[in-house]
Design a protein around this ligand. Structure first.
Ligand code: HGY
Ligand code: MN
Ligand code: MN
Length: 433
């Protein structure tokens, strides 16, 4: 087949340089990112959650872009959007490419989205350059962030066939259960198992994503190879004290739930810093929530990440011991409930080699290799098939924020790298036959 990057695959330029095809595709992708950012439940900012009207709208828009690119499309039983370039035979293996279309609250425009759109253009480009020994299936995952139900990776968990029926009773902020939201979206909860792809058919999964951190910018490189993805746990914590009069209650009679929660949040930071982990209290609410009432109840979230599962769990034990101590001292019950757990995922050496070859083809001789503290759909896919990720430079490392950015030039380089990575996987399969 014709190499995806033309001469770059055999005669790499000294400075990373993108092909004309990639430069044109990158311009389209950046324009599409802008278009999708406007599909939001909130005016003036981007918030797009699982099983919402905005989810349905972006699936319809992206399906059209997939069809224009020559992909055959469908929505699966968990609301993920798929587009495929079929192989010559119907039972051929399948290489998956993808990322997600859902967002956090007040999101940037590239997290997840840019990886989906790069996958579409890559599939179209490779389909045009000759037959591959596998089908190329692009997946736009429907829920990676967990913004609506607290549990992340719902879309990719369905595709990986690791759906847990306990999730049906999860509720969003309005008390709507996941089960009800499925029905409201026009999906049948009883059929979610149909979203699972047969692992024996899969060659692997490749995901392009912005870094969401500053390492590539600091290294002065556009692209990086991910070695592993962080082990993560998330908790919803309830601190129950006693609501009382703010004037009449002396300190020794108080059981202030907010102060216990505030101390607990500081303990998360202190322990995680000491143990080289990251822990975040990202939400906190108080009841009854009146200026002249000592708070009787505080609810907060904890997001905990580390490189290895054992370290993460050890750190969580220290955090819960601190919660118990704070609660006992203040007469407040501090009770965590786990809402999400994902093991560390290690990228497959052969697929990492393919990503390295892709980056090398752009002219980068010594690509940065990095561990991802951010979670990705590749974590779910990694439970059933080989995975690898290509990171794109994210200036200032800012993400989950409207200032999140990736340059069109870096997207173009990423497109060339992704195309060569897929070609390398195809060549490797041909050699092992
Ligand atoms: O939270 C994360 O790590 C990811 O961006 N969903
Ligand atoms: Mn994100
Ligand atoms: Mn993401």
């Amino acid at each position: 087949m014709t190499p995806a990057t033309g001469p770059a695959t055999t005669d790499a330029p000294a400075t990373p340089t993108a092909s004309a095809r990639a430069i044109a595709d990158a311009a389209t992708i950046v324009r599409w990112c802008d278009t999708l950012a406007a599909v939001s439940q909130d005016d003036g900012r981007t918030t797009r959650v699982y099983l919402s009207p905005e989810h349905a709208r972006v699936n319809a828009m992206v399906a059209e872009w997939m069809q224009d690119a020559g992909l055959r499309t469908w929505q699966d039983a968990a609301g993920n959007l798929h587009g495929i370039v079929d192989a010559a035979t119907p039972d051929a293996p399948v290489l998956l490419l993808g990322s997600h279309l859902d967002t956090v609250v007040d999101a940037g425009r590239y997290d997840g989205v840019v990886g989906v759109l790069m996958a579409i253009r890559t599939a179209a480009r490779l389909a045009a350059s000759g037959p591959l020994p596998f089908a190329l299936q692009v997946i736009a995952f429907s829920d990676e962030e967990g913004t609506r139900f607290g549990k992340a990776l719902l879309g990719s968990s369905a595709v990986a066939g690791v759906w847990d029926d306990a999730w049906w009773d999860l509720e969003d902020g309005d008390g709507t259960t996941l089960r009800q939201a499925f029905t409201d979206f026009g999906l049948d909860p009883a059929r979610v198992g149909e979203a699972a792809l047969p692992p024996e058919r899969l060659v692997g999964y490749l995901e392009a994503h912005i870094e969401q951190g500053p390492s590539l910018e600091q290294a002065g490189q556009a692209l990086g190879v991910v070695t592993s993805i962080a082990s993560a746990r998330r908790f919803s914590v309830e601190a129950v004290g006693e609501a009382r009069h703010a004037g009449g209650t002396p300190y020794e009679r108080r059981h202030d739930a907010l102060l216990a929660a505030a101390e607990a949040a500081l303990a998360v930071e202190r322990i995680c810093r000491a143990e080289q982990h990251v822990g975040t209290v990202g939400t906190m609410s108080v009841e009854p929530g009146a200026v002249n009432v000592v708070p009787g109840l505080a609810r907060f979230s904890v997001d905990l990440r580390g490189e290895f599962d054992e370290g993460r769990d050890r750190v969580w034990e220290s955090i819960t011991a601190a919660f118990d101590e704070i609660g006992a001292r203040r007469g407040v019950t501090v009770s965590p409930t786990e809402v999400h757990r994902a093991p560390a995922v290690f990228c497959a050496p052969a697929l990492m080699d393919a990503v390295r070859a892709g980056i090398a083809a752009t002219g980068e001789v010594a690509p940065v290799e990095l561990f991802s503290r951010a979670g990705h759909d590749a974590m779910s896919l990694g439970l059933v098939t080989d995975v690898a990720m290509l990171f794109l430079r994210n200036p200032d490392g800012i993400s989950h924020h409207p200032d999140e950015f990736v340059s069109e030039d870096d997207v173009a380089l990423g497109l060339d790298a992704l195309a060569v990575a897929v070609e390398r996987i195809a060549d490797d399969r041909a050699e092992t036959r």
